[in-house]
Design a protein around this ligand. Structure first.
Ligand code: ZN
Length: 372
């Protein structure tokens, strides 16, 4: 199966590259805002042959951009990569298209200081076939960039997106098309109970734990937010502290993502069939106490990852009816009883004594096997 995979890496630009990137981001923002404004003006003031407001697309806007570059006032636009600016106009076309088809809100003007991003069509001659020596990809006007490889990308990158976060970090991502080989078959079927104490407990007794370190970072976050609130808004100290807060936010998000990726990859690698319960996550989110924990662990994200990874690797995810009483049922004799959230152990009159989540995971597996 051919899949598109995006790889994102942090990179460390040199001072010269930072300066050039500031030019690229600035010009990109100008071109986006200028083109958006122009499109709105033309739409409001010019009527096409059908009596509707006229739309100019990137072809017309690109001609206008070439004209601007030739003028004295806007000649500085030539300092940015031409292809990248054209790409911004194509992106604006897409944003309009998404708006007309009801998939997105109307495109917004970009403000300075928010996260910025630009895209390059890659010249295949500027991509080396080897990742060694830190030299892999050359970007226009920037040269080789020093990428912090966390893994090696597969496939041929066709586009590169360079972005800068509000906290001042630089990232590059490549969109690659690759042929995905399925993971080896293991003939194993597993039931997965998704919960709070452990993100998952499986029917074979594996307990994932939960990313507790986010709690530690959360204390750090509260501390730094308190410091921020004490500073005068707009002052230098405030600006600095705002960066610190943004970095802690990033740390928390990264920890959580990393935890979930490792977990979902493990589950699809080790099993052929993964049985899940269709959690009424909305219902869980309406319970205040639980909602914080659920949002924290990212049960939505777990479900999303396990489904797409199963598809990638030729595995199967089976979701059972959410009203199935997985927690209340004894996995040995099938009798049903009420169990409080605080009860960690399931005890049955038949003699079964089992961790409640493990009992639920076994029930989920049996339900799928019975239905098959
Ligand atoms: Zn029983």
């Amino acid at each position: 199966m051919i899949i598109r995979k995006a790889y994102k890496f942090r990179f460390d630009p040199t001072e010269e590259q930072k300066a050039q990137l500031a030019v690229e981001f600035g010009c990109a923002r100008f071109v986006w805002n200028h083109a958006l404004n122009l499109r709105q003006c033309v739409y409001a003031n010019c009527i096409d042959e059908n009596g509707k407001g006229e739309n100019i697309n990137y072809v017309g806007l690109n001609k206008h951009l070439t004209f601007l570059k030739g003028t004295e006032n806007f000649g500085w636009l030539k300092n940015a990569t031409a292809g990248m600016l054209t790409q911004k106009l194509i992106d604006l076309d897409k944003a309009y298209d998404n708006f007309f088809k009801g998939r997105a809100k109307f495109p917004k003007f970009k403000k300075k200081g928010h996260s910025e991003s630009i895209r390059y069509q890659l010249d295949q001659r500027n991509i080396l076939s080897t990742y060694s020596a830190g030299e892999f990809i050359k970007l226009p006007k920037l040269g080789f960039i020093n990428v912090r490889w966390s893994q090696l990308p597969f496939g041929t990158p066709k586009m590169a997106t360079v972005s800068k976060t509000a906290s001042g970090k630089y990232f590059v991502s490549f969109a690659c098309e690759i042929e995905q080989a399925p993971k080896p078959k293991t003939s194993r079927v597993i039931g997965v109970d998704v919960g709070i104490k452990d993100v998952v407990v499986t029917s074979d007794g594996f307990q994932s734990g939960s990313p507790k370190f986010t709690y530690q970072h959360q204390r750090e976050l509260r501390r730094e937010q308190r410091k921020l609130s004490k500073k005068t808004k707009g002052s230098n100290g405030w600006k600095k502290q705002r960066l610190v807060v943004a970095r802690v936010h990033e740390k928390i998000a990264n920890c959580r993502k990393d935890f979930l990726h490792k977990l979902t990859t493990k589950l699809v690698s080790e099993n052929d069939v993964i049985c899940l319960e269709d959690l009424n996550v909305k219902g869980m989110l309406s319970n205040r106490k639980l909602s914080k924990a659920v949002a924290d662990i990212g049960i939505f994200e777990f479900n999303r990852q396990i489904k797409y990874k199963a598809q990638w690797y030729g595995k199967q995810v089976i979701v059972i009816d959410r009203w199935f009483p997985s927690t209340k049922m004894c996995s040995s004799c099938g009798s049903i009883k009420q169990i409080k959230l605080s009860e960690r152990i399931y005890r049955c009159d038949c003699g079964l004594v089992l961790d409640r989540d493990l009992n639920a995971a076994i029930n989920i597996k049996s339900a799928v096997l019975k239905a098959a």
